[in-house]
Write a protein that binds this ligand. Structure first.
Ligand SMILES: [Zn+2]
Length: 373
């Protein structure tokens, strides 16, 4: 299986990059007009028939024509769909933003810079800016583990997709990870549980209070209020994102160390399923469950660990050992009426996820209560 991760880099813009971006935007708009005028909808036909006229206007590698045609056809496709619904704006779609999707033939990634073939034997070098995060990928590319895919560039950034071939083989043991409001719990088929305590809730409620105060300020001082609001929203977003990265990293590192496959709860129906008040609504929707899962999944896949999603219905109300109903037995502890099994509710949720994993379920589910690490 191949896993791709797009990594953003800053770059040193100059007159050369600016001209390239503007020219590419003009090419897209030119291709759009040409396609509309000649009633062309397919990429292959557009590419073939526009080429002569394109060549008269621009002195660039042919691959730029291909890329511009590709963008133009996809923009036209989206615009036609809107037009059918009667909500398209204007007579034709227009490319306004500055960006380029480079044909792989045009770009050579050289670690610290990109080499763009503007035309034959004429190159434009783009110096990349990066930190420790990007360095890891450059290292991986240098020692041949990672390949570079189709590069995307806009006025401020370059997105470089790194591809890796991974062997998502069948692990003998699995770990289920349950994310809830206050902590992240992980239980593996080898009997032990680990709990990662998080302060997600704390961050959210702190910033919620802050926002509320700023809103009150807004009545007298709307300008300052708006500025403060933006500042705190950004800060909150960054702190939560950072936390999600750290959490998912420590979990995936743990799984990798032991060679565990990862089981996650399928969140598709979760929000609909829970009957919640307005206050609960804010708390639930502000929790980045999906974000944590997404980070876990890609970090796991990059490490060659498989990820399975399973239905989490009743995962905290049925006994993972005998399937009987569970009753509350003190704070966060659940007890089975039928077999007497007793555990922390988060651990129980994980045990149920493990049991439902089609690739390890049933007999591999631990029979004994997990030990705490
Ligand atoms: Zn039971």
């Amino acid at each position: 299986m191949e896993v791709t991760l797009s990594v953003p880099f800053g770059y040193e813009a100059n007159s050369g990059t600016e001209k390239l971006l503007r020219d590419f935007r003009d090419m897209i708009n030119f291709c759009i007009e040409y396609a509309l005028k000649n009633n062309i909808t397919s990429y292959a036909r557009l590419r073939k028939s526009v080429y002569q006229e394109w060549k008269l206007r621009w002195d660039y590698s042919t691959h730029f024509c291909h890329s511009a045609c590709l963008v133009a056809t996809s923009m036209l496709k989206g615009w036609r769909r809107l037009k059918r619904k009667g909500v398209a704006k204007g007579e034709k779609p227009i490319a306004r933003k500055l960006f380029i999707c480079f044909d792989p033939q045009l770009v050579k990634f050289e670690g610290h810079r990109l080499r763009i073939s503007v035309k034959s034997r004429k190159f434009l070098y783009i110096k990349l800016k990066f930190g420790d995060y990007q360095k890891k990928f450059i290292e991986g590319w240098k020692n041949g583990e990672l390949k570079v895919g189709e590069v995307f560039m806009n006025g401020t950034r370059v997105l470089i997709p790194f591809r890796k071939d991974v062997d998502l083989s069948n692990p003998s043991d699995w770990i289920a990870i349950d994310v809830n409001e206050s902590n992240v719990t992980a239980v593996s088929t080898n009997p032990h549980a680990i709990q990662f305590k998080t302060n997600l809730r704390e961050i959210r409620s702190t910033y919620f209070e802050k926002r509320r105060r700023i809103q009150r300020l807004g009545k007298n001082n709307p300008f300052t209020s708006k500025r403060l609001m933006e500042k705190y929203s950004r800060r909150e977003k960054n702190r939560v994102k950072d936390l999600c990265h750290k959490l998912s990293k420590s979990m995936v590192d743990f799984a990798k160390q032991h060679g565990f496959g990862i089981v996650l709860e399928d969140l598709k129906n979760m929000r609909r399923r829970i009957n919640y008040s307005k206050r609960m609504n804010r708390r639930l929707h502000s929790l980045p469950y999906r974000k944590i899962q997404f980070y876990i999944e890609y970090k796991a896949n990059l490490s060659g660990l498989p990820v399975e999603y399973v239905d989490a219905k009743f995962s905290s109300s049925l006994c993972p050992i005998c399937g009987g109903r569970l009753a509350s037995n003190g704070h966060r502890i659940l007890k089975c009426k039928a077999c007497g099994f007793e555990e922390d509710r988060d651990v129980i949720a994980c045990l149920n996820l493990l049991k439902r994993n089609p690739r390890c379920g049933g007999p591999r589910c631990p029979r004994k209560p997990p030990m705490k690490l």
